[in-house]
Ligand binder design. Sequence first.
Ligand SMILES: [Fe+2]
Length: 215
Amino acid sequence: MGKLSDQVDWQYLLREFWLLYRFGSAGGNPTIRSHLKEVRNRLNAELEKNPTVAFDQPNHLPVCAWFNRAIDQGLNERTAPLARAVMRVQDQLTWRYGYERMRPGLARKYAYAELLGPNGPVISENLILGIVLFAPKCTYPEHSHDGISESYICISGSISDSNYSVFSPGSLLFNPPKRAHRMTTGDFEPTLLAYAWTGEPEKLANQKMDFSVRK
Ligand SMILES: [Fe+2]
C-alpha cells in the first residue's frame, strides 16, 4: 500500500489515459463529448488527491497468452502510448472475469484488469478505468450496465458492436446506462480495449454485470 506519487509507471499510465480522453474524437457528438469531459474531470479530481495504490495479487488467466501480441500490435498504432504504458505495469495487473457465472468458452478468451476504481489498484470511488483483453474470434455476449456510462477505446486489434459497426485502434464506443451491447473480435488478432465507467459511487462499488437472458 502506498501513494500514487510513489508509483511512477502508474502515474504515466493514468496520464496516457487522460490524453486518450482529451484528444480522442467525439465525432461531433455532444453526448460523447460530455462523457469524455466527465472522465477527464473525474480523473483530474482523483489525481489531485494523490490517491492510495493497493495492489491485489497479480495473476494470469488463459487470455493472458494473447497479451504480448496485443501489445506488439498496439505499439504499431496511434494508441501506442497507452499500449506501452500498460506493458510497463503488466506484472502488477490482476485479471478478472467479473461474472459470478462464467461461460466456459468465454473464460478462455476474455478477462479485464482494473487500473483505477473502488477495488484499486489506484483507489477511486468516482471513476473506474481498466483494460479488457480478448482472444481472436471471441464473442462477448450481450450485456448492459445499470447506472453506469461506459466507453471503450480500442487500443489494439478490432471489435464489432452488435451488428452495426467495427472499431479499430483509436475508435471509441459509448454505452449509456442499460444499453445492451454484444461484441465480437477479429479472426486472427487479439483485441485490447481501454474502458472508463462513470456513475454514482454506489453503482461503481456494487456493479453486477449480467448477461442478457436470451428468449
Ligand atoms: Fe460493457
